[in-house]
Design a protein around this ligand. Structure first.
Ligand code: DX5
Ligand code: ZN
Length: 222
């Protein structure tokens, strides 16, 4: 099933509760929460106090994207704050296997993210251990950037690699996803679309519904 994960980073932080309700009522599947540490990426966003407070506002699954150096230091805190899925960057983990196992032991889903220019070969030995692979389609750190076109080819290669191995992990694509390019991204093999500006700028209800309709109508990649 194709899923939509609106990214809270693009929301109006003075009315998070209301806007989360709107995306939930309009059919979004996940709430994508971008945690940034000012080290792995140039900006700082929010952390566990915000996430645990939001946990009681919604039943949406919390998809926590950690753009943090050595995220293993914090994964337990984020699981306790309410994360249903934690994604860590391969580039940020000195011991990726250990961090993936650490998340797994917390009883939640685990994802591994790659920056646009990081080779898929970084996933070779960890692919069987993860529920989701996040392919960044912008350089992480900011919302509102343009989709990098070469990532579409990367999605296709990863999807065939998963198929060859008989794996059904989700491929999440994050950055510059819009109603204009969503279909191309899904056809390439993505199953979870993150959208920040394309959901939260303008009419949130209308935008979310338009994405959901598009995902429902898209031919599944298989
Ligand atoms: C970027 C974040 C994204 C971001 C996407 O570092 O990981 O989740 O919020 O925003 P848009 O959809 O506006 O590119
Ligand atoms: Zn993200």
């Amino acid at each position: 099933m194709l899923k939509l994960a609106p990214s809270l980073l693009a929301a109006d932080f003075s009315r998070l509760h209301e806007d989360i309700k709107v995306i939930e009522e309009s059919g979004a599947h996940y709430l994508h929460l971008d945690v940034m540490d000012g080290m792995f990426v140039p900006s700082i966003s929010f952390g566990t106090p915000v996430i645990s407070r939001l946990r009681s506002c919604t039943d949406l699954k919390f998809d926590v994207h950690m753009m943090v150096e050595e995220p293993g230091r914090f994964v337990q805190d984020y699981a306790e704050a309410g994360a249903d899925l934690i994604t860590v960057h391969a580039e940020a983990c000195r011991h990726l296997d250990r961090t993936v196992r650490q998340i797994r032991r917390l009883g939640i889903k685990v994802g591994v993210a790659l920056n646009p220019a990081t080779s898929l070969s970084a996933l070779d030995y960890i692919l069987n251990e993860v529920d989701m692979i996040l392919l960044m389609s912008v350089n992480p750190g900011f919302g509102g950037q343009k989709y990098i076109p070469y990532v579409t080819e990367k999605i296709k290669i990863l999807r065939s690699c998963l198929n060859e191995r008989g794996l059904s992990a989700d491929i999440q694509v994050d950055g510059g996803v819009s109603l204009e390019n969503a279909e191309e991204i899904v056809r390439a093999g993505a199953t979870v679309l993150v959208a920040g500006s394309a959901v939260f700028k303008g009419d949130i209800r209308e935008n979310t519904r338009a994405f959901i309709k598009l995902l429902e109508e898209c031919e599944p990649w298989k």
